[in-house]
Design a protein around this ligand. Sequence first.
Ligand code: FMN
Length: 223
Amino acid sequence: MAAAVVPPFLFATSDTPMIQGEGGRVIALPDPRTDSDMSVEAALRERHSVRDYSDEPLRLGEISQVLWAAQGVTHGYGRTAPSAGALFPLELYVVAVRVDGLEPGLYKYRIGDHELLEVTRENVHSDLVDAALSQDCVADAAAVIVIGAVVERTAVKYGGRAERYVHMEVGAVAENVCLQAAALGLGTVYVGAFNDKRVKQVLGMPREEAPFALFPVGRPRGP
Ligand SMILES: Cc1cc2nc3c(=O)[nH]c(=O)nc-3n(C[C@H](O)[C@H](O)[C@H](O)COP(=O)(O)O)c2cc1C
């Protein structure tokens, strides 16, 4: 993947290249790895829900890698996970808490450009924790990845089956996230217990979008 071209005068003071985007800054993500020493079989073996995280921050490259695993563009318009009718109803958000190179705040993943759009640097994390029924894994995470979806995108072609298809797609993406986290030695857990309206409100999702899953991510605590 080609590195983002960023005019030098728009560089921020940190190491993270930033350019102005609509409504917020754009953070170029490190190029994802498309190969590693861990086999799919080993990642499957290692995957399990991790809910207890250390205080150590994540690296921007790790967040980049997990986002790419979730929805990265890999073949033409195709992505790492299948999509019914190639209609791609899913949207991804990152609530950054402790990520080196990323100010705490809310970001939207721009899938095609593999970059983050800063939505707000306000502390949305504590509100997200409340919306996720105060689960410790969400509270202790270094970052929380949220999957939203616009069911209508799929309904245009598949009508009443769209909701089912979106759930199926979220499941596929969820496993990608879990396997990638396992391959990176990170911990995550598929979180489905949350208040839909509150999560939607906290993330400022548009009317037509709804939240489907949360993935707190962090370094596993303990030995
Ligand atoms: C759709 C779905 C929703 C889930 N929601 C939560 C949740 O809200 N909180 C949580 O701690 N774990 C949640 N889990 C994780 C399960 O509890 C976990 O996968 C299960 O206990 C099996 O453990 P394992 O993932 O380590 O194999 C969810 C899993 C799925 C598939």
